[in-house]
Design a protein. Structure first.
Length: 258
């Protein structure tokens, strides 16, 4: 239904009935956000689709020392709300590109599901079934979109995710030390589990010629000599830790080490 929606001078991502458009505004340039909004509104009217203004958000990402003022974007005479974070396909993106807001949402959602784990424990469900419920209904929440944020998480946020699993292990294996409980449940720590997810995801991108993310990989390193260890990729120089810790760059760096 939305496949024929095209916007000039903007990047656009579409998923079912959810559409996200973005633009890069360099210093001194003028925003085209209003033009983009007008094109989406015009397409909606032409296809007899009504936009929900309350669900339309504007997220401004900037690290400039001086914040630039932009005119508000309006659709049908109503201004689109400017927010500091927005949820995109279940992932909370913040205007400063930190993951505090997303991890907070993940912890809230996972903590609520621990209640059902407690109820199952009271009903004397077997330990294997409790572990299965945890992996299926609780850890799946923690794992969602892990490659996007894992390498960028500071230690204290990773500890918050680990704390959820520790609570689950105390319910499943009461009175048993965390590391030993993981062995009994045949589980790994959240940090190691997310590392494995990121590694498998990166390998699937490298091995799949049709992957949409393959174009993000840096060029392969070519060496004329036989060395004990050669780099796999020619890593570009990253000016910020934010870029260095992104999924593609961090994965390429790890691939070059081993």
């Amino acid at each position: 239904m939305i496949n024929d929606l095209e916007i000039n001078n903007a990047s656009i991502w579409k998923y079912v009935d959810d559409t996200t458009a973005s633009e890069v505004i360099r210093k001194g340039q003028v925003s085209n956000a209003q033009t983009i909004a007008d094109e989406v509104a015009e397409w909606s009217n032409r296809n007899r689709v009504k936009l929900n203004i309350d669900k339309c958000k504007e997220l401004r990402i900037s690290f400039a020392s001086i914040s630039w003022e932009f005119p508000p974007v309006a659709i049908g005479g109503e201004h689109i709300k400017v927010v500091s974070d927005a949820k995109l396909l279940g992932l909370t993106i913040s205007s400063d590109l930190t993951w505090n807001a997303h991890i907070t949402e993940v912890i809230k959602k996972a903590a609520k599901r621990l209640y059902f784990l407690i109820q199952l424990k009271r009903a004397r469900v077997s330990q294997n079934d409790l572990c299965l419920f945890y992996v299926t209904c609780v850890r799946s929440v923690i794992d969602y979109a892990a490659p996007v944020f894992h390498y960028s998480l500071p230690a204290y946020l990773m500890q918050e995710l680990e704390r959820i699993q520790k609570r689950a292990m105390r319910i499943i294996c009461p009175g048993i030390e965390y590391q030993y409980a993981l062995v009994l449940a045949n589980l790994s720590t959240v940090a190691k589990h997310h590392n494995d997810i990121c590694r498998r995801t990166f390998e699937s991108i490298c091995n799949d010629s049709g992957s949409k993310l393959k174009k993000l990989l840096p060029p392969l390193h070519e060496c004329k000599y036989e060395l004990r260890h050669t780099r796999t990729f020619n890593e570009p120089r990253c000016k910020t830790n934010r870029a260095k810790n992104s999924f593609i760059m961090a994965s390429c760096s790890l691939a070059n080490r081993f």
